[in-house]
Design a protein around this ligand. Structure first.
Ligand SMILES: Nc1ncnc2c1ncn2[C@@H]1O[C@H](COP(=O)(O)OP(=O)(O)OP(=O)(O)O)[C@@H](O)[C@H]1O
Ligand SMILES: Nc1ccn([C@@H]2O[C@H](COP(=O)(O)O)[C@@H](O)[C@H]2O)c(=O)n1
Ligand SMILES: [Mg+2]
Length: 243
């Protein structure tokens, strides 16, 4: 168990690690758990997974609000961008391709990103997931749903909640240029490309979930705390049922 928790340290926030390590209402690995259940090795999971997708343009404040959601509601935070950056740092076989794609503000092939997310979910002992910056495209969405459908008996094929941080472009550009975290895509040239990709590829996904009645739109302007006051009631409403 400790080996698995420790392996998350490079990609997951320390608050999530602490929370994961301390939570004893463990939720077994999704796929291995189900496979073991099929073999009759372990009992069924006690808790049904609760999946939230966190969407919004570059710099809209997704990561910032995810930290607050983790602190307040005890979710596991899986940032697709952070997982991809970890692949680059680990010099994995896909690292160079991922770096070029991120520099260009484009979208990494879904099978790469979905595999990374799936692995983190399998490693987690939490049952409540914030999947940040994913799905960015229809291809991302369908790819992830395909995975979920393999586990359908347990969790269904759709997320429970989709958050959309709706922020004016001018504000997003300002925030990204002030971010100062040394990201290769935090420059004006890449931001313009990312905004174009967001409009063309990500907005259709947001519209899809709006039509499904899953979308919660947050006006992502104001202070971080003011924005969180729009987020808080969404999760508070689910707290009794989700645990
Ligand atoms: N409400 C806010 N007002 C001002 N600055 C903010 C606000 N929320 C976040 N920021 C700052 O804006 C920058 C971008 O925020 P954040 O990294 O959370 O955005 P993001 O949506 O995760 O972006 P990306 O998609 O590029 O990862 C950060 O430097 C963050 O501190
Ligand atoms: N589903 C995703 C998510 C991200 N990317 C690539 O990573 C870049 C940074 O993502 P952030 O969420 O940290 O902003 C993004 O611009 C993409 O290049 C991706 O391909 N697919
Ligand atoms: Mg982010």
């Amino acid at each position: 168990m400790w080996r698995r928790v420790a392996s998350l340290s490079s990609s997951v926030s320390s608050s999530f690690l602490a929370q994961t390590a301390s939570r004893l209402n463990t939720w077994e690995s999704l796929t291995t758990g189900i496979a073991q259940q099929a073999k009759g090795v372990i009992a069924p999971k006690e808790k049904t997974p609760f999946i939230t997708f966190v969407l919004g343009g570059p710099g809209s404040g997704k990561g910032t609000q995810c930290i607050k959601i983790v602190e307040t509601f005890g979710f596991a935070h899986l940032s697709a961008g952070d997982l991809l950056r970890r692949e680059i740092a680990s010099k994995s076989a896909d690292g160079a391709m991922i770096l070029n794609t991120i520099k260009e503000g484009k979208i990494v092939p879904s099978q790469v990103t979905v595999k990374l997310i799936q692995k983190e979910m399998e490693l987690s002992y939490n049952h409540k997931f914030l999947i940040d910056g994913f799905p960015r495209t229809e291809e991302n969405r369908v790819s992830f749903e395909r995975i979920l459908s393999e586990w359908q008996s347990q969790i269904g094929v759709e997320p429970n909640v989709v958050l959309f941080f709706d922020c004016p472009e001018e504000e997003m550009v300002k925030r990204v240029l002030n971010r100062n975290e040394g990201r290769v895509d935090d420059n004006l040239e890449t931001i313009k490309k990312r905004l174009t990709v967001f409009q063309a590829l990500s907005l259709p996904v947001i519209n899809y979930y709006s039509e499904k009645g899953k979308l919660y739109t947050i006006k992502a302007i104001g202070t971080e705390d003011e924005i969180f006051e729009q987020v808080r009631p969404i999760f508070a409403a689910f707290e009794q049922t989700v645990g």
